[in-house]
Ligand binder design. Structure first.
Ligand code: AMP
Ligand code: MG
Length: 395
């Protein structure tokens, strides 16, 4: 049997970072910058007020209280500004450009708030409540390095330096395609022998959470030809495809039957539990990676976490490796088959103790839904006593 590490290594050796594209800001969230972002102007671009108050020459209010004429109003966005002469003030709003001649802002709270003249009760130092041009970003400075993941704040600075588009690796487009003659859409009644399709929802959501644009394709039954037809239709818009079901040793295994003959997708036994049958390879002219995951709900989810998630990271141009683990103490004894790496469902408490859950079958979706960690038991360990240290993958 192939090891978990060898299978991941094969996958990471095959998938490539997506080519960068010019993305509109609205499309760029979750992308990875493929260029350095610099600011063409200083930020802020001009000296402006940090508060609502009065622009003053600080020497004019060295003695307080003092009452001075208010010669104008400056709102954010004001232009054609007059200068402030000796003994004058202007009412100014947050973000309003500091008028020439003024060197400080007196917050409105330290005045009587007058509009024709204003009584000022406190002195201020030069520069009080003034935001200076370039104090956030000097002109020409780099604000984001290539390789940066674009989150909300990164989008903010890209827009804040005036860019409409960026060169970035986009979120991978992932199509999820579940197979199984027994599957019924949730919301429709179950017939004899049928179950509601859950994997396609889990896997689509997991791919979304992993930074992909994920789409759920219509489910297909156990006919390899129908599967190939659906796969073909979906390939057009896919940077990767995840299938569920139809990869094990039985009959009616449409994914395996359809893809194995292509010669570009390998179906193997990986030494893990759950999730032993795994398929991976590329299909189509564009060599789109296909992750053919087993159908048992826990198996497909664990397979996603171990293999697909890192691969999506690589496609996004991010550092990609095995799922991260943390050390915990296991609250109860657990067992694991010899020669396989086990991933048992557990709950991790803040004190670093992980409790194995009841219902460790690979079909037991409810236990998975109440788990927040996978307890990893190495291949050469069969019995883990209560209180032992284990590695866990947080979910
Ligand atoms: P398979 O890998 O197709 O042999 O399926 C293994 C087990 O997983 C069977 O009990 C299937 O009914 C179940 N299964 C397969 N696909 C799904 C799905 N999309 N949602 C929930 N269970 C599934
Ligand atoms: Mg099946």
């Amino acid at each position: 049997m192939k090891s978990v590490d060898a299978h991941l290594a094969d996958i990471l050796a095959t998938v490539r970072p997506l080519a960068p594209l010019e993305l509109e800001l609205e499309q760029a969230l979750g992308g990875t910058l493929a260029e350095e972002i610099t600011s063409p102007v200083p930020l802020p671009p001009f000296n402006n007020s940090a508060m609502d108050g009065y622009a003053v020459r600080s020497v004019d209010i060295a003695q307080v209280p003092v009452t001075l004429p208010v010669i104008d109003d400056v709102a954010a966005g004001s232009d054609e500004l007059r200068a402030i002469g000796p003994g004058h003030t202007m009412r100014i709003m947050t973000g309003g450009p500091l008028p020439a001649g003024a060197d400080a802002v007196v917050p409105v709270e330290w005045t009587d708030g007058g509009t024709v003249s204003v009584r000022i009760d406190r002195t201020v130092e030069v520069g009080n409540a003034v935001r200076h041009a370039g104090e956030d970003v000097p002109s020409g400075a780099v604000v984001l390095e290539a390789g940066t993941l674009i989150g909300p704040a990164q989008l903010g600075i890209i827009a804040g330096v005036g860019r409409r588009r960026v060169l970035a690796r986009p979120r991978p487009r992932v199509v999820v395609l579940a197979t199984g003659a027994e599957l019924v859409e949730p919301g429709l009644p179950l017939g004899p022998g049928q179950i509601w399709d859950s994997n396609s929802f889990t896997l689509t959501a997991a791919a979304l959470e992993a930074g992909a644009d994920a789409f759920r394709a219509p489910t297909v039954g156990d006919d390899p030809a129908a599967f190939l037809e659906q796969l073909d239709a979906q390939l057009l818009r896919a940077d990767a495809v995840i299938t569920s079901g139809g990869v094990s040793m039985g009959a009616y295994e449409p994914v395996k039957e359809a893809l194995a003959p292509l010669g570009t997708v390998r179906f193997e036994k990986v030494a893990m539990q759950p999730g032993m049958p795994q398929g991976f390879g590329v299909v189509g002219d564009d060599q789109v990676p296909v992750f053919a995951l087993p159908g048992n709900p826990v198996s497909s989810f664990v397979s996603f976490m171990l293999f697909v998630r890192p691969a999506l990271g690589r496609m996004r141009g991010l550092p990609a490796g095995p799922a991260e683990t943390v050390t915990a103490r296991v609250a109860g004894a657990v067992r694991s088959p010899e020669g396989k790496r086990s991933f048992l469902r557990g709950r991790l408490d803040p004190g670093g103790e992980v409790t194995p859950l009841r219902g460790q079958g690979s079909h037991q979706l409810a236990a998975l839904a109440s788990a927040d960690a996978l307890i990893v038991v190495p291949e050469d360990v069969t019995d883990v006593p209560a209180g032992a240290e284990v590695q866990v993958i947080r979910l």
